[in-house]
Design a protein around this ligand. Structure first.
Ligand SMILES: N[C@@H](CCC[C@H](N)C(=O)O)C(=O)O
Length: 279
């Protein structure tokens, strides 16, 4: 099976082109084996690029533990680049089907290769009834007190189709990200588990984010996470609607449009190498 390794702001996945070959079987097991950084290709998970009946292509995304997520904000930019660069769909605007519906992407190419992609990530979901958390039975979970392991956090819960728990902190230390992140991920107050963002505010237009991802551990960037962070920062009055977010693997630009309520995310997409999986 042919694969392509791609990364967006350092969030790296193994991509399988299912236009050119059949969709693999036992995908959860394949995701675990192929993502292994010692015995596999290595990556934060596995992404399938499939034909779609309602869009230019369909994306399915599996975490490194084999669980499937509804959406991946960094992977979808890479899928768009793959479709364009590999001549599957060579148009500057693409529609891609995901677990949260069809999303629209604008591609910025230099020469014949896409460098940056803007994604309309849709509307952040904020009402507790629709966000998978039991912290509040109704209303919005914005800066709610959250006690865990002797730490007092204040958390904002946002769904971008997948769940995020955003914690604004003085300093996003290893103790918080690697120590508390995995505990918050599986805390019973998040019935579907959760992705966890630790965020430092630099100014009203600039943030620094580290993410503990559901099913993959700490990653170098999370695009749905950055979208949730922008929504949480605006809702809690910490920033304006247009922010630059610094992540471990690069920067993402987020804009939460006031008129439409849609979240727009711009960032890089890079092809790293291709290979043949024998496993
Ligand atoms: N890195 C991703 C999110 C991947 C899925 C996530 N771990 C989940 O289980 O929801 C992104 O860029 O959005």
């Amino acid at each position: 099976m042919q694969f392509t390794k791609m990364q967006g702001a350092g969030n790296d996945y193994v991509y399988i082109d299912c236009f050119a070959q059949p969709t693999p079987e036992n995908i959860a097991d394949l995701a675990i084996r192929i993502s292994d950084r010692h015995f596999g290709v290595g990556g934060d998970g596995l992404v399938l690029i499939q034909p779609s009946e309602i869009a230019d292509a369909r994306m399915r995304m599996f975490n490194a533990d084999g669980s499937e997520s509804e959406m991946c904000g960094n992977a979808i930019r890479c899928v768009a680049k793959y479709l364009y660069d590999h001549d599957i769909r060579r148009t500057p605007t693409l529609n891609i089907e995901t677990g949260v519906g069809v999303l629209k992407l604008d591609l910025q190419a230099e020469g014949d290769r896409v460098q940056q992609v803007t994604v309309n990530m849709g509307k952040p979901i904020l009402e507790a009834a629709e966000v998978p958390t039991t912290i509040l039975p109704s209303g919005r979970v914005v800066d709610e007190k959250f006690e865990i392991d002797g730490h007092q956090l204040s958390v904002t819960c946002v769904s971008m189709g997948n769940p995020h728990c955003v914690c604004f902190v003085e300093s996003a230390t290893d103790e918080l990200v690697l120590g508390l992140g995995p505990k918050i991920e599986v805390d019973p107050r998040f019935p579907n588990r959760t992705n966890v963002e630790f965020v430092e505010v630099i100014s009203r237009g600039e943030l620094r984010q580290r993410t503990w991802e559901r099913g993959s551990g700490e990653t170098w960037a999370c695009g749905t996470g950055a979208s949730a962070v922008c929504a949480a920062a605006v809702l809690s009055g910490r920033t304006d609607r247009d922010v630059l977010i610094h992540l471990l693997g690069g920067d993402l630009r987020l804009r939460w449009d006031e008129a439409s309520g849609d979240m727009f995310k711009t960032g890089p997409a890079v092809e790293v190498f291709t290979g043949q999986w024998e496993g």
